[in-house]
Design a binder for this molecule. Sequence first.
Ligand code: 5GP
Length: 207
Amino acid sequence: MKKGQLIVISGFAGTGKGTLVKLLTSRYEKDYILSVSATTRQPRSGEREGIEYFFKTVDEFEEMIRNDELLEYAKFVDNYYGTPASFVKEWREAGRNVILEIEIQGALKIKEKYEDTVLIFVVPPSAEELKARLIKRGTETEEVIDKRLKRAGEESEGIEKYDYVLVNDDLETCVEELHQVICASAHSTKTQGELIERLRQELKVFG
Ligand code: 5GP
C-alpha cells in the first residue's frame, strides 16, 4: 500500500484554519485524517478530551517529551503543544494522508525530519480582518488577543519556508483549493523520490 502523505497546515490564530481543516477532513474522509495534538492549554468551552486536543498538565506533557512520545513539540503563547508520534505513523502506513494543524516552529521541525512533508500556510485576506475574527470568536481575553496578533507578525516572517500559501477569504473556495494543492503535491518530484529512484534502478538494465 502507498504510504499516506504528511501535510502540515499553519496559519495565524484566528485565520479559520481549524474550521477549514475540519471541513476538508469531513468532506474527504477517506483521504485524510486529522492528528489530535496534546496541549497544556485549558480547554475552551465545548472542546472535548481526545477530539480537539489531549489536555495535559505540564508534568504529564514533560513526561511525554522524556518518553520520546512526540514527533515535535513547541511552546506557543505560554503553553506546550505537541504531536503524538504513534498516531501519525500508524495512519500513514495505512495509506491515509495525515494532517497536522500546528504552528511554525513545529512545522519546520517536521520538515527537517521528513523532507517530503507538504507545508501549507493559510492567511487571512488582511490584518484588520484577522483582528476582527479574533474579537468575534470571543474565546480569548483582550490581552491574549494582543499577544496572538503580535505573534502573527513574528510568524509572518517565516511564510516563505512553506511550500504553499492559501488565502482564507471564502471558506468554500479555500477548502477546494486546499484539496487541489494536496492532490497536486502528491505528484511533486519532492514527494516522488522513491518512484524516481526505482525507475532509475530499473533503467540501469538497459545500460
Ligand atoms: P490554539 O490554542 O488556538 O488551539 O492553538 C494555538 C497554536 O498552536 C495554533 O497555531 C495551532 O496550530 C498550534 N498547535 C496545535 N497543536 C500543535 C502541535 O501539536 N504542535 C505545534 N507545534 N503546534 C500546535
